[in-house]
Design a protein around this ligand. Structure first.
Ligand code: HEC
Length: 169
């Protein structure tokens, strides 16, 4: 029994060795996992000036304690002066850059308006997009639900400083 199994194996090996190679061997590059893509507009968005001042992030638990917002140039003024019935134009991008601590970049949360609807997405500090397997607050359904209760057009706007009692005339 053992002998016959061995002979089958030997024959099989011999046959496979004789068989002409039909498919070219795959190169190691084709087998390696593809590196995640950096969003093509990430560097451009990073170069936009900060709207308002850096502030303490309250909306995105765990994403970073401090935050700055950068807005596409055409919509920046409207964003900085957001009022109840503000509506930002199609093509607007609002990006919130979190900071984990001084000089330590955190996640970047982005809202982009097309055809009257916002698309929510989130990126690592290197500009690659978070996958569905990453933290729960990266889910776009969660983003949309919380932002639906924002000040205007799904936007919360920059934190407001209310006059202190002592500042009133
Ligand atoms: C629980 C509520 C909540 C969730 C969930 C949430 N946000 Fe926000 N978001 C806020 C609040 C509040 C602000 C205002 C800034 C602050 O206080 O941190 C804000 C600000 C922003 C801003 C700046 C624009 C603005 O509204 O003024 C962007 C961009 C943003 N969020 C994107 C996202 C994305 C992308 C997600 C999902 C990955 C998300 N947010 C999930 C509450 C939320």
């Amino acid at each position: 029994m053992r002998v016959s199994l061995l002979s089958i194996l030997v024959t099989a090996l011999a046959c496979s060795a004789e068989r002409p190679e039909t498919t070219p061997p795959r190169s190691p590059a084709a087998l390696a996992p593809k590196p995640p893509l950096v969003w093509s507009r990430f560097a451009e968005i990073q170069s936009w000036p900060v709207a308002g001042e850096p502030f303490t992030n309250l909306g995105h638990v765990g994403a970073g304690a401090e935050a700055v917002v950068r807005v596409s140039p055409d919509a920046r003024a409207a964003y900085e002066h957001l009022v109840k019935d503000s509506e930002l134009p199609n093509g607007t991008i609002v990006a919130l850059f979190h900071e984990l601590g001084p000089g330590r970049a955190g996640l970047v949360y982005v809202m982009e308006k097309t055809n009257g609807a916002w698309r929510f997405s989130s990126y690592h500090p290197d500009g690659t997009e978070l996958t569905a397997a990453e933290p729960a607050n990266a889910s776009t359904a969660g983003c949309e639900r919380c932002h639906a209760d924002a000040v205007a057009d799904s936007l919360f706007g920059l934190p407001r400083r209310w006059p202190q009692a002592a500042e009133k005339p």
